[in-house]
Design a protein around this ligand. Structure first.
Ligand code: AKG
Length: 299
C-alpha cells in the first residue's frame, strides 16, 4: 500500500462522522507522529529566538505575534506554518486533512490559518475565553470550516486543555457576540445565558494523549481554563477550510470592510478579491482523487 492510500483509510468511521455532525466536535486516536510533534516544539522555540524559514510580508505589523519581549502570560503565535518548516510539518500533515475531510464531509481540506497557544504553568486567572472561530472569519462563505486542536504533549485537565460546549454549533448564533471572545475570560457567566436560552451548558474537556487531536466545528463554542500545572501547556490549532469555502466581501458594523491578514498576503482572483485557493497561503492538506493528497509542497 502507498502512503497516500494508507492515509486515505485513516478517516473517521461513519459513526464518528455522525457524532461530529451532531455534537460539533470529535477526538481522534493516537495518530500523529511523536517526532513531528517534538519538531513543532523545536520550531516554536526557533521562532521565539527570531529564526524565520520564510518571512511573511507585513509580519509584525498586521497581527500580534508573541515574542519574548511581550513577557509572561499566555502566548499566541499565528501563521507559524507559513514561517517555520518544523511547525509546517505538523500543521500541514495530510492525516489531519484526511480526518478533517471525513468529519466535514468534504472532498478537499485547505489550511486557513494556524495558531500556537502556549500557556505557562502555574496560571490562576488566565483563561482563553469562550469564543466561536467562525466569528473571526466573517469573510468566509462556508459554515463547515473546522479546527484541529493538537496538544504537543499529554494534556490532562490540570494543564488547561481545550474545552468545547457540546452541541453548541447548533445554537451559538443565538448568543450575544459581545459575550464571546478569545481574549475575554468570563468562564462562568456564559452558562447562565445558555441555560436562559433553553440549551444545556455541557463543557467537554479534551484530555488528550500526545499523538491525539480533536476537531471542532467553526460554530462550536470553545475556550480553555488556566494551566494550573507546573509545566507549560503547548497546543497548535490548525484552522481549515472545506472545499466549498470562498471569500465574501463583508462589512463591519462601522461600514469598513473586514480584512483578515490572510487577505493581505494571498493572491487575488479574477474579481480582484482574495483567492482562498491560493496554494502558497492556503495549501491543500488533503484532496480526494488528487495527486495533491499526501501533502503540499515544501514539507
Ligand atoms: O489552545 C487553546 O487554549 C485555544 C485554542 C482555540 O481557540 C482553538 O483551537 O480554536
Amino acid at each position: 500500500m502507498t502512503t497516500t492510500s494508507l492515509i486515505q483509510e485513516m478517516k473517521l468511521t461513519l459513526a464518528e462522522t455522525s457524532f461530529y455532525q451532531e455534537h460539533g466536535w470529535v477526538a481522534t486516536g493516537t495518530v500523529l507522529d511523536e517526532q513531528i510533534l517534538d519538531g513543532a516544539w523545536e520550531g516554536l522555540q526557533q521562532h521565539w529566538t527570531g529564526h524565520r524559514d520564510h518571512v511573511l510580508p507585513f509580519a509584525g505589523k498586521r497581527f500580534g505575534d508573541w515574542m519574548p519581549v511581550d513577557g509572561d502570560g499566555t502566548r499566541n503565535n499565528e501563521y507559524l506554518s507559513l514561517q517555520n518548516l518544523k511547525v509546517r510539518k505538523l500543521a500541514w500533515s495530510p492525516i489531519i486533512g484526511r480526518i478533517a475531510a471525513s468529519a466535514a464531509i468534504s472532498t478537499e481540506i485547505r489550511l486557513f490559518d494556524d495558531q500556537l497557544v502556549y500557556k505557562p504553568g502555574g496560571q490562576t486567572g488566565e483563561a482563553v475565553g469562550w469564543h466561536v472561530d467562525g466569528d473571526y472569519w466573517g469573510t468566509c462563505t462556508s459554515q463547515q470550516m473546522l479546527t484541529a486542536w493538537i496538544p504537543l504533549h499529554d494534556c490532562a485537565e490540570e494543564h488547561g486543555p481545550l474545552v468545547v460546549l457540546d452541541g453548541s454549533h447548533k445554537w451559538s448564533h443565538l448568543l450575544e457576540r459581545s459575550e464571546l471572545s478569545f481574549h475575554k475570560a468570563d468562564m462562568e457567566g456564559l452558562a447562565r445565558k445558555v441555560n436562559q436560552l433553553g440549551f444545556e451548558f455541557k463543557p467537554v474537556v479534551m484530555n488528550l494523549k500526545k499523538g491525539q487531536f480533536s476537531l471542532h466545528h467553526c460554530r462550536t463554542v470553545h475556550g480553555s481554563y488556566p494551566n494550573r500545572s507546573a509545566r507549560p501547556r503547548i497546543a497548535l490549532a490548525v484552522h481549515m477550510q472545506d472545499e466549498s469555502n470562498k471569500y465574501k466581501n463583508t462589512l463591519r458594523p462601522d461600514g469598513r470592510p473586514i480584512e483578515l491578514f490572510n487577505d493581505v498576503i494571498c493572491r487575488r482572483d479574477e474579481n480582484g478579491d482574495p483567492d482562498y485557493k491560493d496554494d502558497s497561503v492556503f495549501p491543500v492538506l488533503w484532496a480526494e482523487l488528487s495527486n495533491k493528497a499526501g501533502g503540499p509542497a515544501e514539507l
